[in-house]
Design a binder for this molecule. Structure first.
Ligand code: TRP
Length: 336
């Protein structure tokens, strides 16, 4: 019997590139849990990426492979953690179907995340049955593994609550199959809600998001990272070095706080008008490139063959657990 706490989490494969907001909001925590000895199941959610079909059709397999490479570059060790693609473990689809019989449509329609996603879609975009069922698929992702806990950002809290309710509804109808799991929600908002490099129309920092085009990506060269920081948002009223800065509202200062050991001194100098934004950007570039260097080195060693082998091994491990749970589910439902 293993005493290790089992953890399941996932990320959608909507883009081939993870940004440092994805790292700070999720991957960093997964790596910590792995290094604390947890039994990790880390999933690339490719089916979930299909729930909002906007724009050109995307190459989801390519996205998934690149995201998985970023997982490994970011510190997940395939020898310790199962890294897999959702669609490689078909049990997720079967459980999704069976769960869809125990959850009410009204409950799914009231899900705040669903409402947000629908209002973010352009008018011509299809609001699909799959989008409504997003949390039902997520419940199967989670409950198949009977995890101890699920680490996610705060925005995922409604999905975890729905997953728990679906598990309870199943158990009360068919008998105890799914134990309760814990939410492992990151409370440190400076990491889980990392701002992007720009500001909104009111001059306020907003979260890092692919749709705003304000990201710093994990897999870029040192020069690309430098160029992005060069055009980053700082204190708008600080025209000259001697003008006082407002570090709380400055993207560059926010990142210095996370990545530079000297940030307190740098912030004090910024406020006192003793340093210019140019200097802060230069020092941030050095600090970030230092931070990203080991990831770049690990990434450089990963070609498609290497990641395909890792993902096959991860899917085999995941399937072993998932099949056992499905045997119990079918027996409980008298399907077998
Ligand atoms: N919905 C999650 C997100 O948008 C991704 C996800 C899919 C997930 N399945 C999961 C997260 C299972 C945790 C557990 O980030």
């Amino acid at each position: 019997m293993s005493e290790r706490k089992r953890i399941l989490s996932g990320m959608r494969a909507t883009s081939p590139k993870l940004h440092i907001g994805n790292y700070e909001g999720a991957l960093r925590r997964w790596v910590e849990l792995q290094n604390e000895g947890c039994e990790m199941f880390c999933m690339v959610a490719d089916w979930h990426a299909l729930t909002t079909l906007e724009g050109e059709p995307m190459d989801i397999r390519r996205n998934s492979l690149e995201v998985a490479k970023d997982f490994v570059a970011g510190g997940l060790d395939p020898a310790k953690s199962a890294i897999f693609i959702q669609s490689d473990v078909k049990e997720h689809a079967e459980l999704h179907l069976l769960f869809s019989m125990v959850v009410g449509v009204g409950k799914l329609e009231r899900n705040p995340t669903y409402k947000d996603m629908v209002s973010a879609l352009s008018k011509s975009t299809l609001v699909s049955y799959g989008l409504l069922g997003y949390p039902v698929l997520q419940a199967s992702d989670i409950l198949l593994y009977k995890p101890y806990g699920v680490p996610v950002g705060k925005d995922q809290a409604p999905h975890l609550e729905l997953s728990r309710e679906i598990g309870r509804a199943f158990n009360s109808r068919y008998g105890e199959v799914f134990p309760e799991f814990k939410d492992l929600i990151d409370k440190d908002e400076s990491r889980s809600k990392l701002p992007g490099l720009d500001a909104d129309e009111n001059g306020k920092l907003r979260k890092m998001s692919k749709s705003y085009g304000n990201c710093l990506y994990l897999n870029e060269t040192e020069d690309e990272t430098a160029a992005r920081i060069k055009s980053a948002f700082t204190t708008p009223s600080k025209m000259r070095k001697t003008d006082p800065g407002i570090p709380e509202g400055c993207a560059v200062c926010q990142y210095l706080k996370l990545y530079s050991p000297d940030w307190e001194k740098q912030w004090a100098e910024d406020v006192a008008g003793e340093r210019g934004c140019f200097q802060s950007k230069k020092e941030l570039t050095e600090a970030l490139n230092e931070f990203l260097r080991p990831m770049r080195e690990r990434r450089a060693e990963l070609d498609d063959d290497a990641i395909l082998a890792i993902l096959k091994d991860g899917a085999d491990k995941a399937r072993e657990v998932a099949q056992k749970t499905m045997d119990e589910v079918r027996a409980a439902m008298k399907l077998a």
